[in-house]
Design a protein around this ligand. Structure first.
Ligand SMILES: Nc1ncnc2c1ncn2[C@@H]1O[C@H](COP(=O)(O)OP(=O)(O)OP(=O)(O)O)[C@@H](O)[C@H]1O
Ligand SMILES: [Mg+2]
Length: 253
């Protein structure tokens, strides 16, 4: 699987990896995301291509952290590794005090569903499902029981992103900014402590972009969530606590 194939389906999917030898459950106080020595080598044909060359990164709880860098520098790859969607060639990733790089497939799938909300590049909504149904399906995957319960919770989440008047709209009948807010409501299903977003404002005009930025800021500051955003958008720098840039496979702070 490549970084460009990462979507909602791969996020909720489990994947093959060996059983763990040990899991470090020691909680690293105040640190939501700690990556150490992360390397990623892609193999295509007989060629190896090293995208990440030893990335170290610490993100504190409640912070909004921006990850910037030129196109092709490996931002989506790194975000996918930090979310446990891709396995790094080397290095470790600790989320909320747990080494996800040591987890079994099942443990990781469970951990991801409980703790991470992922907002994908280009919305990634199911086109045949309404706004509400797109959120309800995420709630179902996250183990929320009862169709009417899921419907009520989806309505609450869509109200939180100010889309309560659009719950029965299909994605094609929503604007770009509204679709992105459905994607955020879906990522909020299950109330995860960590939100990760891949270029959340890239496809939006200035007004919709501001609304999404304000929403991401609220999610971090009012609920002490950790928000990691991959972006090219300089407007997001106003709300960020920290910015790091990926260049030549290494992170510059
Ligand atoms: N499976 C793969 N095999 C070989 N190379 C790959 C594979 N997947 C991604 N790459 C390459 O790795 C590099 C990093 O890709 P990635 O999608 O992480 O970049 P990015 O920083 O997110 O770029 P963008 O800003 O354009 O979204 C790119 O050069 C890409 O072509
Ligand atoms: Mg990318």
């Amino acid at each position: 699987m490549t970084a460009s194939h990462v979507n909602f389906a791969t996020f909720v999917q489990t994947r093959d990896r060996p059983a763990p030898t040990s899991i470090n459950v020691k909680r690293l106080k105040g640190q939501a995301i700690v990556a150490q020595g992360v390397e990623m080598v892609y193999h295509s044909g007989s060629q190896d291509y090293q995208v990440l060359r030893g990335v170290d990164l610490t993100i504190h709880q409640g912070d909004i952290h921006l990850l910037m860098g030129p196109s092709g520098s490996g931002k989506t790859t790194l975000l996918s590794i930090l979310a446990g969607i891709l396995t790094p060639t080397a290095g470790s990733v600790n989320l909320l005090g747990q080494e996800i790089t040591q987890m079994s497939r099942e443990q990781l799938a469970h951990f991801r569903l409980q703790n991470i909300g992922f907002i994908f590049q280009g919305f990634n909504l199911f086109p045949a499902l309404t706004a509400s149904e797109n959120v309800e399906i995420a709630l179902k995957v996250k183990g929320v029981r009862g169709a009417s319960n899921r419907r009520r919770q989806a309505h609450e989440l869509l109200t939180q992103v100010k889309l309560d008047d659009r719950i029965n709209h299909l994605p094609r009948d929503l604007s770009g900014g509204q679709k992105q807010r459905v994607a955020i409501a879906r990522a909020l299903a299950g109330n995860p402590q960590i939100m990760m977003a891949d270029e959340p404002t890239a496809a939006l005009d200035s007004h919709s972009g501001h609304a999404v930025i304000e929403l991401l800021r609220q999610l971090a500051k009012e609920s002490n969530r950790t928000v990691l955003i991959v972006t090219h958008d300089p407007r997001l720098m106003d709300v960020a606590d920290r910015v790091s840039s990926l260049e030549d496979g290494i992170l510059q702070n």
